[in-house]
Ligand binder design. Structure first.
Ligand code: BGP
Length: 458
C-alpha cells in the first residue's frame, strides 16, 4: 500500500543545543553535575564535546539537505546566549545562531526553534531554578530577546521541550540535577514552568512577531491493565499527572479540576498567586509538538502505601508490564505504534483538533557498528520503526487529525543525557573519534520518503 501525506507535510528531525553543539562559555546544570559526578554518565562521557555542531553546523546543514529535510528543530542554549542567565547577551552566540538560522532558511529547511531543552544555566539553578519566580522572569526576558533577535526569520517557536522531564528527573526520580525527591517541590517546578511558558507566549503576542508559538510535550498515553474501575482510575491519575499537567494549560488555558482537587487533598499544591490564572489563560498555543516514544501502562496498586515514604505519583498506581509487549531492549521502552494514533485522536476529540506535528519519535540502539555492511549501518529495524509509526499517523490524518509533520529523533547520533553515547538514534552515524558522519540506510529511506511525500509498505 502507498502511504501518501498531505502537501507541505513537514519532514525533518529534531535535536537540541546541549546534545549537539559542544562546550560554551555559560555553565549549565549538566556541566556542573558532570564535573562533580561523572559516574552518573554512561562511560563517564559528559556534554563537553557532543557532536561538535558548533564547528560543523554548515556541513551538517548540507547533510540535512541530503536527507531532504524541509524543516528541522533545534534549540537555542540560554546559557550560550546569556551566560549568567539574566545579564549581557553574548555577541558570539548571536552570530552563531544567526548563521545557523540563515543557512537553514537558505537551504529551504524551515527552522523550528525551542527555547529550553533541559539546559538550565547554572547561575539560574543557583538561585533556585524553576522553584524561584525570579527565574520565570529571567526566562521570559531571554525568550523576548530571542524573539527580537531571530523572530524575523524563525516562524515556529517552542517555549519548552518536554517540560515534565526536568520535573521527573530533577525533583522525583533522581535522573537530572538537582537530584531532589520531593513531590511538592516538583509540583512547584512544573507550575512555574507553565507560568514561564505563558509569559513567553504573552511576550510573543505583544510583539506581533510574524510566526507562531507552541510547546513540545512528550505525551505518553496511559493504558489501564483492564477495564476494572480501579485500573481505569489508576490510568486516569497517571494521565493527569504526566500528560494533562501541561497539555490542559497550554491547550485549554487551565488545569484539569480533578488534578487540582487531587493535589489539594494530598496537601501537595504549589503556592499560587491570584493573577496566575489569568496568565495561564494567556498561554494558549498555536502549534503543539508531540514527542512520542512509548506508552504508559498502569494498574491499581497491589500493596498499601508506606506512609513514611516520600509522597510520589506511584501512590496511585503501579506500572504494568503487558505480556507480549514489544520492547526496545537498549532503552527499556515499549514500542507501541498505535499510541501515536491514540494521541492524535485524543487531541482531535477532546482538545479541538489543534494544529500539531510529531516533533520526536525514534529508536536508540546500542552498538550499531555490528550492522555495518559495505561501510554503512544497515538499520532496517529503524526503517520498520518509522514506517510503522508513520502508517498509524497516516490513519490519524485520514480520519481528520490535524497533524502537519513528522520529525525524527535525531539527525546525527548525539549525546543522550545520562546515557551519553550508549544508544544511537541518528539517521547519520557519528564516529566519536574522528567526528566523521556517515548516512545510515534509514537516512536514505527517509530522504526518499520526504522527497516523494509518501512511502510504500505491505
Ligand atoms: C527525549 C528528549 C531528547 C532525547 C530523546 C531520547 O525525551 O527530548 O532530548 O534525548 O528523548 O531519549 P534518551 O536520550 O534519554 O535516550
Amino acid at each position: 500500500m502507498k502511504y501518501a501525506f498531505p502537501d507541505n507535510f513537514w519532514w525533518g528531525s529534531a535535536s537540541s543545543a546541549l546534545q549537539t553543539e559542544g562546550a560554551r562559555e555559560g555553565e549549565t546544570t549538566w556541566d556542573y553535575w558532570f564535573a562533580r559526578e561523572p559516574n552518573r554518565f554512561h562511560n563517564g562521557v559528559g556534554p563537553q564535546q557532543t557532536s561538535t555542531f558548533y564547528q560543523h553546523w554548515k556541513t551538517d546543514i548540507q547533510l540535512l539537505k541530503q536527507l531532504n529535510h524541509n524543516s528541522f528543530r533545534t534549540s537555542i542554549s540560554w546559557a550560550r546566549l546569556i551566560p549568567d542567565g539574566i545579564g549581557e547577551v553574548n555577541p558570539e552566540a548571536v552570530d552563531f545562531y544567526n548563521q545557523v538560522i540563515d543557512e537553514l532558511n537558505e537551504q529551504g529547511i524551515t527552522p523550528f526553534i525551542t527555547l529550553f531543552h533541559f539546559d538550565m544555566p547554572m547561575a539560574m539553578q543557583e538561585i533556585g531554578g524553576w522553584e524561584n519566580r525570579d527565574v520565570v522572569d529571567a526566562y521570559a526576558r531571554y525568550a523576548q530577546i530571542c524573539f527580537e533577535l531571530f523572530g524575523d526569520r524563525v516562524l515556529h517557536w517552542f517555549t519548552f521541550n518536554e517540560p515534565i522531564v526536568p520535573v521527573e528527573g530533577g525533583y522525583l526520580y533522581d535522573f537530572h540535577y538537582p537530584n531532589v525527591v520531593d513531590f511538592r517541590r516538583a509540583a512547584t517546578v512544573a507550575y512555574h514552568t507553565v507560568l514561564a511558558h505563558s509569559k513567553a507566549v504573552q511576550a510573543y503576542r505583544a510583539g506581533h512577531y510574524a510566526g507562531e508559538i507552541g510547546i513540545v510535550l512528550n505525551l505518553t498515553p496511559s493504558y489501564p491493565r483492564s477495564q476494572n474501575p480501579a485500573d481505569v482510575k489508576a490510568a486516569h491519575i497517571a494521565d493527569l499527572m504526566f500528560n494533562r499537567s501541561f497539555l490542559d494549560p497550554v491547550l485549554r488555558g487551565e488545569y484539569p479540576a480533578d488534578l487540582v482537587a487531587l493535589l489539594k487533598s494530598c496537601d501537595q499544591l504549589p503556592a499560587c498567586k491570584p493573577e496566575d490564572g489569568f496568565l495561564i489563560a494567556e498561554g494558549k498555543i498555536d502549534l503543539l509538538g508531540v514527542n512520542y516514544y512509548q506508552p504508559r501502562r498502569v494498574k491499581c496498586r497491589d500493596s498499601a502505601v508506606n506512609p513514611q515514604a516520600p509522597f510520589m505519583p506511584e501512590w496511585f498506581f503501579d506500572s504494568y508490564e503487558m505480556p507480549g509487549r514489544k520492547m526496545n531492549p537498549y532503552r527499556g521502552w515499549e514500542i507501541y505504534e498505535p499510541g501515536i494514533y491514540d494521541i492524535l485522536v485524543n487531541l482531535r476529540d477532546n482538545y479541538g483538533n489543534p494544529r500539531c506535528f510529531i516533533s520526536e519519535n525514534g529508536m536508540g540502539v546500542e552498538n550499531e557498528q555490528r550492522f555495518i555492511e559495505n561501510g554503512q549501518i544497515n538499520d532496517q529495524y529503524r526503517i520498520e520503526f518509522i514506517s510503522e509509526h508513520l502508517a498509524w499517523l497516516h490513519k490519524g490524518i485520514s480520519e481528520g487529525c490535524n497533524c502537519l509533520g513528522y520529525h525524527m529523533w535525531t539527525f546525527i547520533d548525539n549525546w543522550s543525557w545520562c546515557n551519553a553515547y550508549k544508544n544511537r538514534y541518528g539517521f547519520i552515524q557519528l564516529d566519536l573519534k574522528t567526528q566523521q558522519r556517515t548516512i545510515k540506510k534509514s537516512g536514505e529511506w527517509f530522504a526518499a520518503t520526504a522527497l516523494n511525500n509518501s512511502f510504500d509498505k505491505e
